[in-house]
Design a protein around this ligand. Structure first.
Ligand code: PHE
Length: 455
């Protein structure tokens, strides 16, 4: 087994972890969920879930990863030899792989939209479509781009290729360097779009809509959605945080890191809300147009089409989404890559290719489920929806639950406390509170997500 790799700098490890957390979940899923679930009421719930649940579970993953200094399966093999806990890690690797199958496809669409924005094809003919015709035009284009056979596939493969190149570079020269460059880019684009959106006519109405809580929409389902969103957007439950924290130096302050990552992820979600709601309301587009893929691939192009230089705003937005998505796909890939390196002694190159080459075929299945394979149904779901459902609603919470139960009740005594306090050298770490949340509240809440989703 090779000498364990590490991130080179504090800023780099934060950039990489934040890069994993900020993804399609913040930029795309969050505004849509907020719209359906009562605006600011959902936002408040989401923030509460991130703080009381997300941060402690993140700390459980960090302590496991840095304490075990191995991949998602290896940490259990090391810390609980001879037991069956490694199955939790294996489920993490599996859920990472399942998520990758569709996450790569959506990232591929994003790249395709970026290219189509820059070369102008996405906005050709908008002058003759008229304001009324824009929705129809962009719906048609989405069906065209997403539902055809070859072009979404080719863009998905390009994205897989990019991931291969980055991952081959290794932890410092690939993942860390990429994150150090892309995270600032992401924030610059975000701020630019924020200024544009907030200066649109009637932007205030959108902001008011987003920040004015409608508590009547809150019910058990909303709470469960906020919980699920908190887990997904912090990259919890997939072994990503376990794997990344195994590359953290011994001096990293886990508590501080988790709070920085959580707050940055919330900040990006809020900024996205402040960009998307004013943009949508300013042009009188309604809530219906914010559901699912429509928001990103139809409604926003409709907004851009009404601005001067539509291609420019569109290119900036899809670049933002692409940056957010790529730093997340890389982190998800790293889970099986690290597992193959540590478990099977593969070289990095061999591990990367073993993980990513089969994905070209598996993602193809997923991509084609919008076109030629649209009629293939698994338990009534399309292939894409099935993978999304199984991973987000089942595998991800199951792994998070397993990690909480292990770290809360079964891990070697003192592991959590030692990791949180850097072996006693940090005073004032919130160990008792975190332990309580990991032992009781988090497992209960996560179990509820699963149960509610299936009744
Ligand atoms: N957190 C990422 C997002 O918000 C998705 C993700 C989930 C990445 C789990 C890694 C692990 O899109």
């Amino acid at each position: 087994m090779s000498e364990k790799q590490q991130f080179a700098s504090k800023i780099g490890l934060i950039a990489a972890t934040v890069g994993s957390a900020i993804g399609l979940g913040n930029v795309w899923r969050f505004p849509a969920e907020t719209q359906t679930n009562g605006g600011a009421a959902f936002l408040i719930l989401y923030i509460v879930c991130v703080l009381v649940l997300g941060v402690p579970v993140m700390l459980a993953e960090f302590s496991l990863g840095r304490g075990g200094r191995s991949d998602a399966i290896g940490v259990f093999r090391k810390l609980a030899p001879g037991s069956l806990w490694w199955i939790v890690g294996a489920l993490g690797v599996l859920s990472a792989y399942v998520i990758l199958m569709y996450y790569m496809v959506v990232t591929g669409w994003t790249l395709e939209y970026l290219v189509q924005s820059v070369d102008g094809a996405l906005y050709s003919g908008i002058g003759t479509a008229g304001t009324e015709g824009l929705a129809g035009l962009f719906t048609e284009r989405m069906n065209d781009y997403v539902g055809s056979t070859w072009s979404p596939l080719i863009f998905t493969w390009i994205v897989i290729g990019l991931n291969i190149v980055i991952l081959m570079g290794g932890v410092q020269k690939g993942i860390e360097r990429l994150s150090n460059v892309l995270m600032p880019v992401l924030f610059v684009i975000l701020l630019l779009m924020l200024v544009v959106s907030l200066t649109l006519p009637d932007a205030g109405a959108g902001v008011a809509y987003f920040l004015d809580p409608d508590f009547s929409k809150i019910d058990a389902r909303t709470v469960i959605s906020a919980l699920g969103q908190a887990l997904f957007s912090l990259s919890i439950g997939m072994g990503v945080l376990v794997t990344y924290s195994s590359y953290y130096p011994a001096s990293t302050r886990l508590g501080r890191t988790s709070v920085i990552v959580a707050l940055t992820s919330v900040l990006v979600a809020v900024l996205m809300g402040l960009i998307i709601f004013p943009a949508v309301t300013s042009f009188g587009l309604d809530g219906e147009s914010m559901r699912g893929a429509t928001l990103i691939f139809v409604t926003l192009p409709e907004v851009f089409a009404r601005l001067p230089l539509p291609w420019l705003w569109s290119a900036l937005f899809f670049a933002l989404l692409l940056v957010a998505a790529i730093t997340s796909t890389v982190s998800i890939c790293e889970v099986p890559v690290a597992a193959l390196q540590d478990r099977c002694g593969y070289s990095r190159r061999r591990a990367v290719l073993t993980v990513l080459l089969p994905l070209t075929a598996l993602s193809a299945l997923c991509s084609l489920s919008f076109g030629p394979l649209a009629d293939v149904k698994i338990l009534g779901y399309t292939i894409f929806d099935f993978l999304d459902m199984v991973s987000t609603n089942l595998l991800l919470p199951a792994v998070a639950l397993g990690i909480c139960l292990y770290m809360g009740w079964f891990a070697p005594k003192g592991l959590l406390a030692d990791e949180l306090s850097n072996n006693g050298s940090l005073r004032g770490s919130a160990t008792p509170a975190v332990t309580f949340l990991i032992r009781y509240l988090a497992p209960l809440a996560i179990a509820l997500i699963v149960v509610f989703n299936y009744i």
